[in-house]
Design a protein around this ligand. Structure first.
Ligand code: NAP
Length: 309
């Protein structure tokens, strides 16, 4: 039986792994389908304390994993398929196998939100993508006009990154000002290769008949005027949805699927704790996720100590 199973290897999961490993709890840490979490798809992380020159997102996560492993965390490439939290110990189904656990730390993070257009799905990986760092350098995008959708920090980051490859980047946002932090917004709007398209939504992605992206249909929400913007790629950066599907009906969540917390990192089930983006739609930073991971580890450790006294 495991003392602690940690679900997720983003900043929250790996920090929880580091702390529980150092508490001699020998944690089993499950990567899910995206080892290292969303930060591995970021280029440079400039706001994680301790790295004055910034650090590559993938490198930061690799270092966090190594640090946790140094103290005995066991990181496994695996996904949780089901959970039974009525029994004690809890039972998780991991890649078809039952695993018993005294405590669980849910740090399953969040995935990319989709626009919800039929052709967006049909053209995914054929020009529609959710990650500039992963796909931006592909030959199909070189010296081509590209579209980024969104107005937050992610959209600004994607747009800035894509200016390395694109002939021009159209930043399509549904309002007339960016939601992004001031520094990111200013940097983005000052870039001559980025052309903002305000008050506009993408209503269709073209062209399924050609089996590749050739443009987007855009509607101005104020004038209702529809135009087509020619482009070779659409980078969707409109926020995230929590990866909490497997806990639906078992763990309390809000209407958007974010796990709700009671005291500290406690969920409604004693012995199950939560940390990071799957429970936080407010701060959603690498450093806040890491802090929550630390708190969940300490809460799990105290819970386990309480079982034996
Ligand atoms: P976000 O801040 O939630 O922004 C999402 C953007 O997408 C908003 O501008 C929103 O429009 C727009 N949007 C949402 N749904 C849409 C839809 N269906 N159609 C069209 N547009 C839609 O998400 P994010 O940019 O991914 O950032 C998430 C968090 O990570 C934030 O806390 C951010 O600070 C952080 N982050 C930080 C950095 C950094 O510091 N380097 C980098 C990336 C992310 P409205 O503005 O109208 O709501």
């Amino acid at each position: 039986m495991e003392q602690v199973v940690i679900i997720g290897t983003g900043c929250a999961g790996l920090t929880a792994a580091l702390y529980t490993a150092r508490a001699n709890l020998n944690p089993l840490v499950l990567t899910g389908i995206m080892p290292g979490g969303l930060l591995t798809t970021t280029s440079i992380v400039e706001n994680f304390p301790g790295f004055p020159e910034g650090i590559d997102g993938y490198e930061l996560m690799t270092r966090m994993q190594k640090q946790a492993e140094r103290f005995g965390a066991r990181v496994k490439f695996a996904t949780v398929e089901a959970v039974d939290l009525k029994k004690k110990p809890f039972v998780l189904t991991i890649d078809g196998e039952p695993v018993e656990a005294q405590t669980i730390i849910i740090a399953s993070g969040a995935g990319h939100r989709h626009l919800g257009l039929k052709n967006e799905d049909l053209l995914e990986k054929k020009g529609v993508t959710y990650c500039a760092t992963c796909d931006g350098a592909l030959p199909m995008f070189r010296n081509q006009p590209l579209v980024v959708v969104g107005g937050g920090d992610s959209a600004c980051e994607e747009a800035s990154y894509l200016t390395r490859f694109a002939s021009v980047v159209y930043l399509i946002h549904r309002r007339d000002s960016l939601r992004a932090s001031k520094i990111m917004a200013e940097r983005t709007l000052a870039n001559p290769k980025i052309k903002p398209i305000w008050d506009s939504v993408v209503t269709d992605v073209l062209d399924v008949a050609q089996d590749k992206v050739t443009g987007v249909k855009v509607k101005n929400v104020k004038t209702c005027e529809e135009t087509v913007i020619d482009c070779a790629g659409v980078f969707v950066a409109i926020g995230h949805v929590p990866n909490t599907q497997v806990f639906k009906g078992v763990i309390d969540m809000d209407e958007n699927g974010y796990v709700t917390r009671k005291q500290g990192s406690e969920t409604n089930v004693p012995g199950v704790f939560v940390a990071g983006d799957c429970s936080d739609h407010v701060y959603r930073q690498a450093i806040t996720a890491a802090g929550m991971g630390c708190a969940a580890a300490i809460d799990a450790e105290r819970y386990l100590a309480g079982l034996t006294h």
